[in-house]
Design a protein. Structure first.
Length: 194
């Protein structure tokens, strides 16, 4: 498995770079716009974390400026209907840290901004990956960072299990106060009936 490619930039394009290694071999790596920001102009040296995607008809190498971006790419590939190109488009929308924060906040619109990602896919990404990335780490509404035992976190999970979309849940919980998940869920359900 190719995990890292280091060399001189031979070609730098909006969606890929070619790195010429010390052995004289040039590797084409597909990159996100976020990674491309860290790649110098042709002639400069760079190291990129890599992942090889094997298909029947192609071997495609993807490059990443950070391990976090590569790890998020691999997680995105586990979501149904998210392939390498869509995952790369999502990663072009910001740093790995910003995207994890969007997962924690249930910001489906952030993911819908990527080409090829509709509302259902964005919601699926949030539901399937929020726990995998340890997403309850971002502050919501200026409060403390979310914890697994936080009433707001538990209420969010409860509302999602009742069938509400992540974006709807965030809207329902906005501005509500309560000491227990039950109180927050009850207040959110009452507000949804208005």
């Amino acid at each position: 498995m190719i995990a890292l490619v280091a060399g001189e930039v031979a070609v730098r394009r909006p969606d890929h770079v070619v790195l010429e290694t010390a052995s004289g071999v040039g590797y084409r790596l597909n990159v996100s716009a976020e990674t491309l920001r860290h790649v110098p102009a042709a002639g400069g040296a760079v190291s990129l974390h890599a992942h090889l995607v094997v298909r029947e008809d192609a071997l495609t190498l993807y490059g990443f400026a950070t391990e976090e971006e590569r790890d998020l790419f691999l997680l995105l590939l586990t979501v149904q209907s998210v392939g390498p190109k869509v995952a790369q488009a999502i990663l072009s929308g910001g740093t790995a840290r910003e995207l994890v924060s969007a997962l924690a906040a249930g910001d489906a619109k952030r993911f819908q901004a990527a080409p090829g990602v509709g509302k259902r896919t964005a919601e699926r990404i949030i539901v399937e990956l929020r726990d995998k990335v340890g997403a309850p780490t971002a502050a919501v509404d200026g409060g403390d960072p979310l914890r697994a035992d936080d009433p707001r976190s538990l209420a969010r999970e409860g509302l999602e299990e009742l069938g509400y979309a992540p974006a709807e849940v965030e809207e329902l919980l906005r501005g509500l106060t309560g000491d227990t998940p039950e109180a927050l869920i009850a207040a959110a359900l009452k507000a949804s009936r208005r």
